[in-house]
Every structure is written in structure tokens, then in C-alpha cells.
Design a protein around this ligand. Structure first.
Ligand code: ADP
Ligand code: ADP
Ligand code: ZN
Length: 214
């Protein structure tokens, strides 16, 4: 099963993508996590990406497309994958489709996690991320067992640099302008599934499972 997660920053794509990946035993591929890992390691890609990410802007398409197209052709992706944070622009979606078509392949579902902007700002200020394993928590809604420590890997949790309210506002503008058009794009391809992302985490997941089946 090949799945794309769509939705505003903070809609819960990553949270749900991890649960999908576990349930269906497929890899969770997050372009944001890949960039953050590169920033932490100080790679050239990380340095380039950081200048855009810190401003709430998208990283240019040419820095992300090849990376994802290579990743989805690795062995562990044979039975499917869940893409989280990619595609984010129409050209990215077109490049992915073209690459998959060459492989005689296609996306099965684009799951849109719908959350209004008002809820997003509140969610983001409470988000805490683990830079070790990519797990995400919320100080009120989804707290870790021990404050400030990742349940999964024991590393320290941080507030992401780009989760400050000013940057979140910019990211929402960028989302509406550049990413939201993908909802139409995947509707036309007959693969769009909408879920109400304002429900609690487990309910949202059950709604997604209903769409995906079994
Ligand atoms: P969120 O879903 O919370 O907005 P992500 O972790 O997916 O955050 O992305 C963080 C940042 O990484 C984005 O604001 C953007 O700068 C960059 N990024 C991630 N994926 C892409 C992509 N597919 N295209 C361009 N930029 C990306
Ligand atoms: P995205 O990947 O779309 O940017 P995340 O999965 O990181 O979003 O979720 C954003 C924040 O909202 C995190 O702090 C996460 O713990 C929290 N969150 C995720 N799903 C829900 C939910 N259904 N209800 C309340 N908070 C949620
Ligand atoms: Zn962790």
C-alpha cells in the first residue's frame, strides 16, 4: 500500500503516519525528519535546507525530489510506504507520479488530515519532538511518560525552531498557497481520502484504517 499524508503543518500527519507504518509494516518516510537528521549531522544538504526551514519556507523542489524518488525504490519499500511531508507542491507531485509511472507503479491513497488554522497554532506551541527517533508529543494532548524525555528512545525532547508562533503563521501561508492545491490534484486522480483531524489521535487513526481497509 502506497500512501501520501496531506494536511497543514501540525495537522497530525506524522503522528498518524507512524501508526499506519506500524499497523501495515511499511516504512514511514518523513522528508522533514530527513532534513532534520541532515541538519544535525551538518551535511551540505542540511545546511542548505536549514536556511529555508528556519524562515518557514519550503526547501526548493530540486533538493527534495531525487531524494524521495531514490528512497521509495529501496528494498524495504517493495510492499508500500507512507510518505509524510512529501509531496508539498504540484511540481513535486508531478515528479513523483512520473517516476512511479516509469516503474509501472502508483499511489493508492492520499489521506488529507483536515484541521482548521485556529487549532494549528495551539497545537504547534505544545509540540515536542525527539531528534533521536522522530517521535512527536504534545505537552497537553499526547504527553510523554516522563516530562521532556522520549518514551521510545530516552532522548531529550525539544521545541522545534520552526514551531515558534511567527514561523508557524508563515508556514500556514505557505501551506495554503503551495500545498493545498494538492487536494484537488489527488481528488482528480481518485485517490483522495479526507479525515477529520480535530478528533483525538485514536479516533483519527480508526477513521484512516476504515478508508485503507483491514
Ligand atoms: P510540518 O509537517 O510540521 O510542517 P515537516 O517536518 O514536514 O513539518 O517539515 C518541516 C520543514 O521542512 C518544512 O517547513 C519545509 O521547510 C521542509 N520540508 C519538508 N518536506 C518538504 C518538501 N517535501 N518540500 C519542501 N520543503 C520540505
Ligand atoms: P504534522 O506532522 O502534520 O506536522 P504532528 O503529527 O507532528 O503534525 O502533530 C502536531 C502536534 O499535534 C504534535 O504535538 C502532536 O503530538 C499533536 N497531535 C497530533 N494529533 C493530535 C490529535 N488528534 N489531537 C491533539 N493533538 C494532536
Ligand atoms: Zn525518541
Amino acid at each position: 500500500m502506497k500512501i501520501i499524508m496531506l494536511g497543514a503543518p501540525g495537522a497530525g500527519k506524522g503522528t498518524q503516519a507512524k501508526k499506519i507504518a506500524d499497523k501495515y509494516s511499511i516504512p514511514h518516510i518523513s522528508t522533514g525528519d530527513i532534513f532534520r537528521a541532515n541538519i544535525k549531522e551538518g551535511t551540505e544538504l542540511g545546511k542548505k535546507a536549514k536556511t529555508y526551514m528556519d524562515q518557514g519556507l519550503l526547501v526548493p523542489d530540486d533538493l527534495v525530489v531525487d531524494l524521495v524518488v531514490d528512497r521509495v525504490q529501496q528494498d524495504d519499500c517493495k510492499n508500500g510506504y507512507v510518505l509524510d511531508g512529501f509531496p508539498r507542491t504540484i511540481p513535486q507531485a508531478e515528479s513523483l507520479d512520473a517516476a512511479l509511472e516509469k516503474l509501472n507503479d502508483k499511489i493508492d491513497y492520499a489521506v488529507n488530515v483536515e484541521v482548521p488554522d485556529e487549532n494549528i497554532i495551539r497545537r504547534m506551541s505544545g509540540r515536542r519532538a525527539c531528534l533521536g527517533c522522530g517521535a512527536t508529543y504534545h505537552i497537553e494532548h499526547i504527553p510523554p511518560k516522563t516530562e521532556g524525555i522520549c518514551d521510545t528512545c530516552g532522548k531529550e525532547l525539544v521545541l522545534r525552531d520552526d514551531d515558534k508562533p511567527e514561523t508557524v503563521k508563515k508556514r500556514l501561508d505557505v501551506y495554503h498557497e503551495q500545498t493545498q492545491p494538492l487536494i484537488d490534484y489527488y481528488t482528480k486522480k481518485n485517490v483522495l481520502a479526507e479525515v477529520d483531524g480535530t478528533k483525538d489521535m485514536e479516533e483519527v487513526f480508526q477513521d484512516i484504517v476504515k478508508v485503507l481497509g483491514a
